[in-house]
Design a protein around this ligand. Sequence first.
Ligand code: SF4
Length: 546
Amino acid sequence: MIVSPSWAAPKRLVEASVSVPRWSPSSEISRREQMFLKRLGRTKKLFAFLREHRLDLFDDAFQDELAGMYRTTDEGKEPVAPALLAMAVLLQAYTGTSDAEAVELTVVDARWQMVLGVLSAEEPAFSQGTLQRFRERLIAHDMDRRLLERTVELAKTTRGFDFKKLPATIRLAVDSRPLTGAGRVEDTFNLLGHAARKLLECAAAVAGREPSELAAAVNAPSLAASSVKRGLDIDWNDPEQKADAIGQLVEQIERLEAWVQANLGSSAERPPLAEQLATLAQLREQDLESDPKGGGPRIRDGVAEDRRVSIEDPAMRHGRKTKSRTFNGYKSHLAADVDTNLILACGITPANAPEANALPGIIVDVAHFPERNQIGELHIDRGYVASNDVQALAANDVPIVAKPWHPRTGELFAKSAFKLDLDQLTITCPAGNTEKIQLGTIAHFPAESCDACPMRARCTKGALGRGRSVSIAADEPLQHELRRAIATPDGRARLRQRVMIEHRLAHHARKQGRRARYLGVRKNVFDARRHAATINLERLQLAEAA
Ligand code: SF4
């Protein structure tokens, strides 16, 4: 599958790009820069690499693409060259600096100044607002994906990589790690109180009143308190008072909602009021239930599926790293080329989403590469195997390298002790009895055979009159292949190649941190991509130095 490069700037856009400043720092290295480059041979070597390759990374074609972000919105001329701002985005990721720090570093840090081509400047190279607007524009045009792609394209032109020796298709490895969300995680009282306070403040602003005055008018005093728990003022160790308090809180919220609906007319049907009303409905739906003994609402027993955990970041979810270790936020997915170790794509999914949900976006991103955009082998954690994309790749004879699922049977005969014939769709047990199977169902051996079987004690713990059952996965043919592969030394050796993506993930976690910088999925995809880009650049720098 060859996918035409969607990033290629249309001719019309390229011609119009003259209105956007071009970044054209000198390619000559001054004596002062030589001194810096010599010193940077020891630490923070990426500064030196970026100084040397800045115009390779931001060549004319890519600068035209970046300029294309401005024209489609019909906005006026941007005074700072987009390529310079894109370089600043990379430096921010490399040094882990905020927007405010980045602005200052363009004045006080000679390494930043050298890379940006503003050595000795006494004024910042850009303002905080310009950098923020640029980031939003980059995201809106999906140009953060192109920034990551450019680091792979740059690898073809730098020493240290011989792309001619690489296989024509990509051996892609994909894995994920937990990413704690940036939003505050709150319990039911605080979630409801936080959401209700936002509604109160917004409704008061629309009505031209003070929040405290409105809260008093609708008899919802707890909603105006600095903390809803302080407003409710009960003994939080007393279960009865606590159960009563949730009812009081819901009553206050309902009075406020009724006032909004009755007094703010169509404003209540538009954002932000409509969204705030919807959030409150969502929170009550997920966290509360009717008390079966009467007496109004109570906090739900157990955690609702897809429970919202933060007001500030509605996409964050509860996730589970292991059976006993949980986290709140997202999963950060990386896809890398096994042969070059370069990261090709990033994805972010809510922490409770199956791994498989990340694969479609990753595959689309890989397909965007102008060359080597076909997957020739896929190395994945078994959590991704359920993806339809994996099934489609396997159906197209793309080898899938993953550990198979192993149903737990304790000391009883494992599923591997049964012979599956996926052509005839039959299963034969260790005693030689054969039954028909259907994919995605459970195969049952007849009770009369099992009751009389001398191997019964090693096969089933069911009572007499119940035969052994074996679950047949919907993707059984693939699972069967994975089980067959892992049984061979060659198959196990291929599985071990996946360790490179674990190293990339660990490196990414060290760079980006284990906590998200931004709220929401898309901004965190941007953050993942810019860190992946700097990791790729560091890899290029190392390869060149070797
Ligand atoms: S117990 Fe049933 S399924 Fe198991 S080996 Fe005997 S006959 Fe086969």
